[in-house]
Design a binder for this molecule. Structure first.
Ligand code: MG
Ligand code: MG
Length: 259
């Protein structure tokens, strides 16, 4: 499958999907208080994107047949869960961090964004993990330009994370997005010989879901027997932030920030 570039008009349609995703995450953020359950947040997310005319991209992924695939409406990943957490009746408590990832299709176009929310007072170390991971996403957006290679952006993210003392998850990466949630190319948050061999030149009309994930401890992750939940092997916390971002003539435009 080739990289599919998007026209200005198509990017604006993706921004409309992105606005719905932003609305879901805004609602979810407000709900992240001690005592709220993951299921309540998941169900609120479903209501918000459904009322906006959107369709959730995670429920029953990847076949979208009822009863198959991912069981949740959102991915809700608590503390040592890196990504793909399944909402249950666990209640949030002070000091938790909770990753909330939402994908929505609206009128045939997709948006995908994630945020890690700190519940009440979080330890300074874990707060720093969230701030650094969030900054990686900003760093990527600020440094995207047509003509640059993705490895240059990935190197900036990896260096910043590692200088702060955190590790970058390698098993999950960002992706192209458009009519499909997952399109070419893959956009890792670290540099590898493989990336350098298959490097991507950024060009106007490329739309990427950029999603840095950082761990407080080791980068090693494992998938639980439920086949979805991904946790750190050392069970230390992990943070995840994501935006859908279009490459423009002179930089980048974030499509999931509510603008
Ligand atoms: Mg996502
Ligand atoms: Mg994604």
């Amino acid at each position: 499958m080739k990289v599919i570039l998007k026209s200005q008009a198509e990017i604006e349609r993706m921004r409309a999907a992105g606005r719905v995703v932003h609305k879901v995450l805004s609602t979810a953020k407000q709900m992240c208080q001690p005592g709220a359950t993951l299921r309540e947040i998941d169900e609120a997310g479903y209501r918000v994107f459904t009322e906006a005319g959107g369709r959730g991209l995670f429920k029953n992924y990847p076949t979208y047949k009822p009863g198959e695939g991912f069981p949740g409406n959102l991915c809700i990943s608590l503390n040592d869960t890196v990504v793909h957490g399944i909402a249950d009746d666990t209640a949030l408590k002070e000091g938790d961090i909770v990753g909330i990832d939402c994908g929505v299709e609206l009128d045939g176009w997709c948006g995908d964004s994630a945020v890690t929310v700190m519940v009440g007072n979080v330890s300074p170390q874990v707060r720093r993990l969230c701030e650094v991971t969030s900054h990686l996403l900003e760093l990527a957006v600020q440094n995207i330009r047509p003509g640059r290679r993705w490895s240059q952006v990935a190197r900036l993210m990896q260096n910043y994370a590692e200088r702060a003392g955190f590790s970058v998850v390698e098993d999950f990466v960002g992706h192209g997005i458009g009519r499909q949630m997952h399109e070419k190319p893959s956009v890792p948050n670290y540099v590898s010989p493989e990336l350098l061999r298959n490097d991507i030149e950024l060009q106007e009309g490329l739309v990427l879901a950029i999603e840095p994930m950082c761990n407080l401890g080791s980068k090693a992750v494992e998938t639980l027997p439920d086949k979805w939940t991904v946790k750190t092997v050392d069970r230390k916390p992990s943070a995840h932030y994501e935006h859908t971002v279009a490459v423009t003539a002179d930089g980048a435009s974030v499509l999931t920030d509510g603008s």
